[in-house]
Design a protein around this ligand. Structure first.
Ligand code: ZN
Length: 692
């Protein structure tokens, strides 16, 4: 009675508001982070307090005098660290989407401390004994399927984090983890500096030869934003670089720009990433061995659908063998065109986009500039909302009363049948404070709180799409539109998640299924009709353009596949190494590519020194996941097609119930089979890419 009364008093006592917004309840709409109140100085004290709080929660678990059970150990552990999680999500998201010198300094400072904190939990003997005891006695408890999976994952994560090691090995592991955490931060920061560090500045109009007016406007706008009015600037950001490579008649400038791109992090300057890579690769080998695995790939893949490196190599090899001859033929066609035009040179990587574009134009009478006016960013977003509404009955309502961290952010409330589902933010354009690429994350993930109340997701999708200019809105390429649909697929996975416990994670080689399946709708004629309207006239994209888009969908697929697979193989080559060794990064990369007979006209999509996915992102020994998941998404989309209705509600409901809503709470293959009734084959993938 006494304790109840005390709780009641504590509950009533109004805490004075702290200066640090992380220590207050967020009374913003839907509990969105109060971005305008959060300053760099707030992170460190909040993270440190977060560590303290979680430590004390862990102490409560291990000093509990009762026998360990699911509720007093596994559940309490899953719910520990709430403050830390809250700060980390905001910090991590903003450090990627809108960083600054101070945020970067904090991330360097915090990385080793955070690694130590994680190890303090993962390597805690008493805690592990309790977890193990619950796991060993699992038959005695009555648990839901989600609880069984959480228990198994928790136990395995402890073992995989080194909980069963000797004290000396634990010490070694701690040191490795700390060093790795710092190296990864440094890698990403070097990459951002290298990306921002190069600009192709054009001063004379005649040097713009070949470029379409829209691209020239964009380069002028970029120059203006950099106080170089009257000039034209191209950067290493994809929406700026790619059109230049596609259209510029100036071969020397294409070479200059593309060389700067593929040499990022490899310039022997203060931002060089080669030594960092060598060290990361070796530390990962050492760590994996310590934990009883042959290689980092063995360690990582155990938790993925693929299970073993052999399986991944075999799968990649199959697609590689289908794609390489196609890429060779594409290169030959380009060389032929060069020869016909009287060019006395050999096709080089910086020529590929240019000649591809020319051939595409002749063959299909189509280029990006014809379709851009129909892909105004707001219309594409409306299109993806339309698809989500048809499939899942979701409604998206723009909200302007919700805090945001940058003026480019748009915020939507997501509802279904009038009920709140979550919040979605979009952030579309490149800027110096944003890292490259596109991603989706959460400020708050869906779960139930410890009392069982629903916690609604706050989701953010970030891209680097073509920005607006002074007189034109943002007009996307078809590929950029596809990227938006991709990230939106991740967003739907988060929004439609329906799980109880926090902390379950989806295997890397399954998580791209929800995102990639969305790409199938973007160019469907039925969908284009709804959103692809000319930004000036409102005219729906003409049927003949739609037809051309469809015909070009398999064009250049040899290149696209090989470029991607080369990076995937490079990732696997590093991470399948079983012995520590001196690594000359350039040489290692060259030898790896020679082994697969990559043609010199194609560079891997990412060279080692800017392969953020594998050195600083979560895709180490996992970059293959995209094409692995394509087997799944190609087959899953067939499930819709087979009914003759790409919006079939029954199939959609099944996809939501068996896959989207489950998160990582069930084995991935089991979920897939529950949806489709069988395992997928590689056929649909090869067919979609025109490789068979
Ligand atoms: Zn993705």
């Amino acid at each position: 009675m006494l304790s109840l009364l005390m709780l009641f008093i504590a509950g009533c006592k109004k805490e004075p508001k702290s200066d640090n917004p992380f220590f207050n309840e967020w009374d913003t709409p839907f509990g969105v982070p109060p971005f305008e109140q959060i300053m760099a100085k707030h992170y460190m004290p909040a993270i440190l307090k977060g560590f303290e709080e979680q430590k004390s929660e862990i102490r409560d678990i291990i000093t509990n005098p009762r026998e360990p059970d699911f509720n007093n150990t596994i559940k309490m552990l899953a719910y520990s660290g709430e403050l830390l999680n809250r700060v980390n999500r905001v910090f991590g998201a903003l450090n990627s989407a809108h960083t600054s010198d101070s945020l970067q300094a904090i991330s360097r400072e915090i990385a080793p401390v955070a690694a130590r904190h994680r190890d303090d939990i993962n390597l805690n003997d008493t805690l592990f004994r309790r977890v193990k005891s619950v796991y060993d006695n699992r038959e005695k408890f009555i648990l839901t399927d989600e609880e069984k999976k959480l228990l198994e994952d928790t136990y395995k994560d402890f073992v995989r984090s080194g909980a069963a090691l000797s004290p000396e090995d634990k010490d070694k592991l701690r040191k490795i983890n700390e060093e790795l955490s710092l190296l990864q931060v440094k890698f990403g920061q070097n990459l951002l500096a290298e990306t921002n560090g190069f600009k192709l500045i054009i001063e004379r109009k005649e040097d713009l030869t070949g470029l379409p007016p829209g691209i020239i406007d964009q380069a002028a706008a970029m120059a203006k934003s950099l106080n170089m009015e009257g000039k034209w600037v191209f950067t290493l950001q994809v929406p700026s670089m790619t059109p230049f490579l596609q259209y510029s008649d100036r071969r020397d400038l294409r070479e200059k720009l593309f060389t700067a791109y593929f040499m990022k992090g490899d310039n022997d300057n203060e931002f060089d990433n080669k030594e960092i890579i060598e060290r990361i690769a070796n530390l990962r080998i050492e760590r994996s061995k310590l934990l009883g695995y042959n290689s980092f790939a063995d360690y990582t893949l155990e938790r993925n659908m693929a299970k073993t490196p052999g399986k991944v190599f075999e799968f990649l090899g199959q697609v590689w063998n289908a794609a390489l001859p196609v890429a060779r033929a594409e290169a030959a066609a380009q060389q032929e065109l060069i020869n016909q035009e009287g060019g006395k040179f050999r096709l080089e990587p910086w020529d590929w986009w240019y000649y591809t574009e020319k051939i595409k134009k002749t063959k299909f009478d189509l280029d990006d500039e014809i379709t851009r006016p129909y892909f105004k960013v707001d219309n594409v977003i409306e299109g993806m909302f339309h698809v989500a509404s048809k499939l899942y009955g979701l409604t998206f309502t723009r909200r302007t009363d919700i805090p945001k961290y940058h003026p480019d952010v748009n915020t939507f409330e997501v509802t279904r049948d009038g009920k709140h589902v979550g919040i979605l933010m979009t952030d579309n354009y490149p800027r110096a404070s944003k890292r490259g690429g596109a991603w989706c994350g959460t400020y708050r993930s869906q779960r139930r709180d410890i009392k069982g109340n629903m916690v609604y997701p706050i989701v953010t999708m970030v891209t680097n799409s073509t920005p607006p200019t002074a007189d034109k809105p943002s007009l996307l390429t078809a590929l950029e539109a596809e990227t938006l649909f991709h990230e939106f697929g991740h967003a739907l996975n988060n929004l439609l998640s329906n799980i109880t416990y926090p902390g379950s994670s989806i295997p890397r080689d399954f998580v791209e299924l929800p995102s990639q399946i969305m790409e199938h709708w973007v160019l469907e004629p039925e969908v284009l009709k709804v959103y692809a309207r000319h930004y000036q006239t409102g005219e729906v994209i003409p049927a003949e353009v739609v037809e051309k888009l469809d015909k070009t969908s398999k064009f250049n697929m040899g290149f696209i596949t090989v470029e991607y697979l080369a990076a995937s193989l490079l990732d696997m080559e590093y991470h399948a190494l079983t012995e520590q060794q001196d690594l000359d990064i350039r040489e290692f990369e060259n030898r790896a590519m020679e082994k697969y007979e990559l043609i010199p006209e194609i560079k891997p999509r990412y060279r080692s020194t800017y392969f953020n996915h594998i050195w600083a992102g979560g895709y180490s020994a996992g970059y293959y996941s995209y094409i692995w998941c394509e087997v799944l998404d190609a087959d899953a989309f067939r499930a819709f097609k087979e009914t003759g209705d790409i919006f079939n509600k029954t199939v959609a409901a099944k996809f939501e119930n068996e896959i989207l809503s489950r998160g990582g709470t069930r084995d991935a293959l089991e979920s897939y089979i529950a949806f489709r009734g069988k395992e997928p084959g590689i056929d649909a993938l090869l067919e979609n890419r025109g490789l068979k």
